[in-house]
Design a protein around this ligand. Structure first.
Ligand code: URA
Ligand code: CA
Length: 439
């Protein structure tokens, strides 16, 4: 069949067969199918959707378009977690060591941050000496020895996604739910984990702006897991404000260290989401039978310091200087030229916070990349001083900025002022977690 006929088939709302999806992905990766035809197909998929079966077939084809990590020589059930683009989301640096401290096996390959969201790799690299580009053999050795390692995706993992994502980015087809699901899941499956916990964000800082869309994406990814023989569960969580208080690389490492040192109350949203993700990871690993047991194990690993020790050990094994990772020393990670408070123009309640704008403000200070080749400054960023629902007085501090380069400082401040809406009325309470999808 000619590819034009497949585009027409999808445009008319029919399902593509496994064979047709294979033709599409192999043809696109090897160059037989040109970008203009693939663009039309992506738009047809955006408009018409795909069934879970089609999406699973697409995911598998994309996964097999390049290398697939073989982690079979790591013992135990390998669990991974993935969050769909959060702001101030430091969960990996907390959950991965906590789960390992509870006996789990976390072999995680992460992507780089782009745009207004930060990446775990950049956060790890803000620790002097810490390396994330490790040979796969070394990665497996570390996981076998201490139960956890976090590295960058190696080699030629899912080239179909690299090519297709770049195309979607310039053809207004990023927001297709089956295309997002297959993009995320193909990379997760190629990274080799047996069980995956997903955190699908919804709100101003997320790909999925509405709760319904987020649930649809979460369900689809859990379905893909079931159809491809992996255990997948997915939370839908709020991203209408940054998850943690820190937005910036070393600043988020600090927040993770504080949390693992037991200096953050359990009611803290970042802590709460970390515990929920960790519970699922322990359940899937067979290390706990029910949630409360898993929760207790994780909280004990915070209290007795074994989670923090695990993070220090992991960083050490990855070449980093773990002496920075204590509550006493961590301030040394953040030496900046200047600090500045952003203050409230009027009194009232914090009504809403646009997480995307806050993430972009941190990026303007140098904490994130606008394009793939940008350098980031590990020390800069911001620490929020308020959360949604808090009361502030005029002149009260909203955020503390950590600054080296002042080129876009005015823009960053303006964006922050815009992002934080102050109102006389106290806003409705909103849950952090909207639900959990499992099979
Ligand atoms: N993250 C991905 O990896 N892919 C998408 O398509 C969207 C978010
Ligand atoms: Ca944070």
């Amino acid at each position: 069949m000619r590819f034009v006929d497949l585009i027409e088939k999808k445009a008319e709302g029919f399902s593509l067969s496994d064979e047709e999806i294979r033709t599409m992905i192999t043809g696109y990766v090897n160059g037989d199918i040109p970008d203009y035809q693939m663009s039309a197909m992506a738009m047809a998929i955006l408009q018409r959707g795909m069934t879970p079966h089609e999406t699973a077939a697409l995911t598998m084809e994309m996964m097999h378009s390049g290398d697939v990590a073989d982690l079979s020589d790591i013992k135990g059930i390998k669990v991974d977690k993935h969050s769909t683009g959060g702001v101030g989301d430091t969960t990996t640096l907390v959950v991965a060591p906590l789960v390992a401290a509870c006996g789990g096996t976390v072999a995680k390959m992460s992507g780089r941050g782009l745009g207004h969201t930060g990446g775990t790799l950049d956060k790890l690299e803000s620790i002097p000496g810490c390396r994330v580009e490790l040979p796969i053999g070394r990665f497996k050795d570390i996981v076998n020895e201490i139960g956890v390692a976090v590295i960058g995706q190696t080699g030629n993992l899912v080239p179909a996604d690299k090519k297709l994502y770049a195309l979607r980015d310039v053809t207004a087809t990023v927001r297709s739910i089956p295309l997002i699901a297959s993009s995320i899941m193909s990379k997760k499956l190629a990274s080799g984990a047996d069980a995956i916990v997903l955190d699908v964000k919804t709100g101003s800082g997320a790909f999925m702006r509405t709760k319904n869309e987020a649930f649809e994406l979460a369900k689809l990814m859990v379905d893909i897991g079931a159809l491809t023989g992996r255990k997948v569960s997915a939370f839908v969580t709020d991203m209408d404000q940054p998850l943690g208080m820190a937005v910036g690389n070393a600043l988020e490492v600090q927040e993770a260290v504080e949390l693992l040192s037991g200096n953050v109350p359990a009611s803290d949203p970042l802590f709460e989401v970390c515990i929920l993700l960790g519970e699922q990871m322990l359940l899937m690993s067979g290390l706990a039978e029910e949630n409360m047991q898993a929760r207790k194990m994780l909280i004990d690993a915070v209290k007795d310091g074994s989670g923090l020790k695990k993070l220090q050990r992991m960083v050490e094994m990855q070449g980093g200087d773990a002496s920075y990772l204590t509550s006493e020393n961590m301030h040394k990670l953040v030496t900046v030229r200047r600090r500045m408070d952003v203050t409230a123009a009027k009194a009232g309640y914090i009504h809403s916070m646009n997480a995307e704008k806050i993430g972009t403000a941190a990026q303007m200070l140098g904490a994130g990349r606008a394009s793939k080749t940008d350098d980031i400054d590990p020390a800069v960023g911001l620490v929020m001083k308020v959360r949604r629902g808090d009361r502030v007085e005029a002149g009260g501090v909203l955020a503390d900025l950590y600054i080296n380069d002042e080129k876009y400082l005015d823009d960053a401040v303006r964006l922050l002022q815009e992002a934080i809406v102050i109102d006389e009325e106290e806003p409705d309470e909103r849950p952090m977690v909207y639900g959990l999808i499992t099979k």
